[in-house]
Design a protein around this ligand. Structure first.
Ligand code: NAI
Length: 418
């Protein structure tokens, strides 16, 4: 058995069942796994992953291992680890350092354990692993072939590192693949955030006013699914184009100070800090529910909520009631962390199939092109994005048309006009 630290190894049989369920719903990644098992593109490579330890991540990890990788894994959020999955992966031979309910110190201890593995490929979600690698383990930087970033917030941080001239190895921004962002961030987050909200509270969405902060890929998905369940949706944005898009998609758009007075449920999906803060909390109705879908727990500004409340009590497993001096209660879900991962199972495997297919194929691409990439943040190669889309269509039994040579020439030509 490898070095590891998880909550309870006895949970492994339950974890194995969860992973098998995910495998049955991730046909693209399973196809890639079969090929990896034959071709061994990652043979002998040490890989470090800092990803939400879910059943879907386990399918990715098993795929990297089928390709010959030696994997160490930690969670990318203190509250998102599925302990049964973590245990099953230890039995698979993965160095897992993850359990649900970590302190900040525990969280970074786990990241450091993954770094001591000496990874040559790093798969990150939020950039904590890659940032810690740059800050604390500079001795390892030269050995890293490439990093891969799963989420919007991580890509923003890594681009900032590139801009500041401190990024030491190439990064492939998996989040930016069309087969990732358009599906995972929109449909995955859309469904799973509503799932988290319902599992945590069991409230009826029909007839409620749901305020969605941020109308990016995640916000669009959340707004769409909340509306589908009969909620009246208000969107709050800072980008005028996105705000206009929300208006034309049929939502009400207004500043958060106005929405604060009428909202029943507030969901942040911005990647920005202090989106819901004291001035908004003071205006909210008794019983308002607050949930965050953004990567870090900074969108609903907890210090303000803590300061404002005279009392706090846990009223359901994922729900804390904050009692204000006038008796109003505001309910915070999942401690302000990613509501879909803390209060539900995270994204469905069907959609993680594409995100993690990109992760696996980008790892293979980076190894094939070792030494050719610069320390920059790269987009996912078009050929990878297209390959994932084709494999997914194939798995869904959907066939599409092809351009004729004549049409191809037409689309590439400037000569033909009116
Ligand atoms: P995006 O960049 O497409 O959208 C973010 C939107 O928020 C933008 O339209 C921006 O103008 C808006 N915004 C920024 N600051 C704001 C503020 N103070 N008030 C109102 N609007 C504001 O990003 P995307 O892909 O939608 O991701 C959003 C967050 O969700 C990121 O932190 C990302 O890492 C995270 N994420 C979470 C997932 C989950 O499973 N819960 C899955 C995918 C992404």
């Amino acid at each position: 058995m490898p070095d590891f630290k998880v909550a309870d190894l006895d949970l492994a049989p339950e974890g194995r069942k969860l992973i098998e369920w995910a495998e049955a719903h991730m046909p693209v990644l399973m196809r890639i796994r079969e090929r990896f098992a034959r071709e061994k593109p990652l043979e002998g490579l040490k890989v470090g992953c800092c990803l939400h330890v879910t059943k879907e991540t386990a399918v990715l990890v098993r795929t990297l291992m089928a390709g010959g990788a030696d994997v160490a894994l930690c969670g990318s959020n203190p509250l998102s680890t599925n302990d049964a999955v973590a245990a099953a992966l230890v039995e698979d031979g993965v160095r897992v350092f993850a359990w649900r309910g970590q302190s900040k110190d525990d969280y970074y201890w786990c990241i450091r354990q993954v770094l001591s593995h000496g990874p040559r490929l790093v798969h990150d979600d939020g950039a904590d692993l890659i940032v810690t690698l740059h800050e604390e383990r500079r001795d390892l930087l030269r050995g890293v072939i490439s990093g891969f970033e799963e989420t919007t917030t991580g890509v923003i941080r890594l681009k900032a590192m590139e801009r500041d001239g401190v990024l030491a190895f190439p990064i492939i921004a998996v989040n930016e693949a069309r087969t990732k962002r358009l599906f995972d961030n929109r449909y995955g987050t859309g469904q799973s955030v509503v799932d988290g909200l319902m599992r945590a509270t069991n409230v009826l969405l029909a007839g409620k006013t749901v305020v969605v902060c941020g109308y990016g890929w995640c916000g669009r998905g959340i707004a769409m699914r909340a509306r589908g369940l009969g909620a009246h949706v208000i969107v709050c944005e800072v980008d005028p184009v996105k705000a206009l898009e929300a208006v034309m998609d049929g939502y009400q758009v207004m500043p958060l100070r106005e929405a604060a007075k009428v909202g029943d449920i507030f969901i942040t999906a911005t990647g920005c800090e202090k989106v819901i803060r004291r001035e908004h909390m003071e205006l909210m109705k008794d019983g308002a529910i607050l949930a965050n879908a953004g990567h870090f727990n900074v969108e609903i500004w907890l210090p303000d909520l803590e300061e404002l409340a005279v009392r706090k009590e846990r009223v359901r497993p994922c729900v804390d009631a904050y009692v204000l001096p006038d008796g109003r209660k505001l309910y915070l879900l999942g401690e302000g962390r990613l509501v879909n991962l803390v209060c539900a199972d995270g994204h469905p495997p069907d959609v993680m199939d594409m995100s993690f297919a990109n992760q696996a194929l980008c790892a293979e691409y980076a190894v094939k092109h070792e030494g050719e990439l610069e320390p920059r943040v790269y987009l996912v190669p078009e050929e990878v994005d297209m390959a994932v889309a084709r494999l997914k269509l194939e798995a869904l039994g959907v066939r599409i048309d092809e351009l004729t040579p004549e049409q191809k020439a037409y689309l590439e030509s400037w000569r033909l006009g009116t």
